[in-house]
Design a protein. Structure first.
Lengths: 197, 197
């Protein structure tokens, strides 16, 4: 494809992302995507075979962006500071959107789990990679005595991800920062996260 | 409506419930509901004005059933035993469905939050009532020294609900009991839930 074609393709994906995020994979129609991109059906179908293909590409791009985000925020001076930084950054990300849209991967998980095996496999891989990155920091923090050691790092990492997903769900529902912020501050206390000042 | 009409109405709601649970509110079509109930369009529309009305009634019934479930499982000998009983019962409920369908209210929250204000208000009320019931048991457990006291009961109750929602999401995604079971056993340790034997 020409460079101009590639630019158009990227623009379609960028315009389609908030539509999938807010309406969900199933409810999004080709009509929604035409409205969001301002393109004709013919032009859109020239670049993608259909809604599913656009959805899968949007998912791939969002996954890559999220992995970059995790790597970026999980690199503070100490493992505990990295985890704390991740908590702050996750809350800030959702605050910036006014708690609209929620977690792209959590939304896709709930939609895809029972009916779209390909998509749900893709979501499972994102969650697994996310949990592994958190687990690595928890393990390092446990070694340094910056976090409680009486539970395995993997189990604590799963708890962190589950709690954040549930917190985002509640904050999105109430359009309030409180549920997510409270869950994160509870996690700090319960994990016995010790930051050096 | 005659008693026979009421019976048909209840049968429609019962048949429609798993469809809404698995496909979600938006993706469920009148065609799906006709297939699930085995009725003609005319017969279905005689009892309900449309999909939305059926969805709202299914939601009301599920809410009432869930509140009854909570009241039933939260009545063990002690507050801590009640909470532990709730954890077991919640896991058992989802194990019984093979982790298909997930949490009806969590699913509806994610679908409705940004686009269906009426439904999202109804979901918010369910979550609030759920959190309050857990909070009451945590408060009582704190008073008896059966649970840690350094965090407010409301905040811990929000954490419990968020963590369970996130755990159900992961267990549904992986069709495995482990994520939900691990989250619950982490909660028991982190809340310092003390059961008397």
């Amino acid at each position: 494809m020409t460079s101009k074609g590639e630019t158009t393709k990227q623009k379609i994906l960028a315009d389609a992302t908030p539509v999938f995020q807010i309406k969900g994979f199933t409810a999004t129609t080709i009509g929604d995507l035409l409205a969001a991109t301002g393109m004709t059906k013919g032009a859109l179908y020239f670049h993608f075979p259909g809604k599913e293909a656009i959805g899968v590409e949007v998912f791939r791009k969002e996954s890559a962006t999220f992995m970059d985000f995790l790597d970026e925020v999980l690199t503070a001076e100490t493992p505990a500071a990295s985890l704390d930084n991740f908590f702050r950054a996750a809350l800030g990300k959702h605050r910036d959107t006014g708690f609209v849209g929620g977690c792209f991967f959590g939304n896709t998980a709930l939609e895809a789990s029972d009916i779209f095996p390909v998509l749900s496999q893709m979501v499972a891989e994102v969650f697994d990679a996310w949990i592994e990155k958190i687990q690595a920091k928890i393990e390092a923090a446990q070694t340094l005595g910056e976090i409680r050691r009486d539970l395995p790092a993997r189990q604590l990492a799963e708890l962190v991800v589950a709690t954040i997903e549930g917190g985002i769900m509640q904050s999105r529902l109430l359009k309030s920062e409180l549920p997510m912020a409270n869950s994160l501050s509870s996690l700090r206390v319960l994990l016995e996260l010790r930051l050096r000042h």
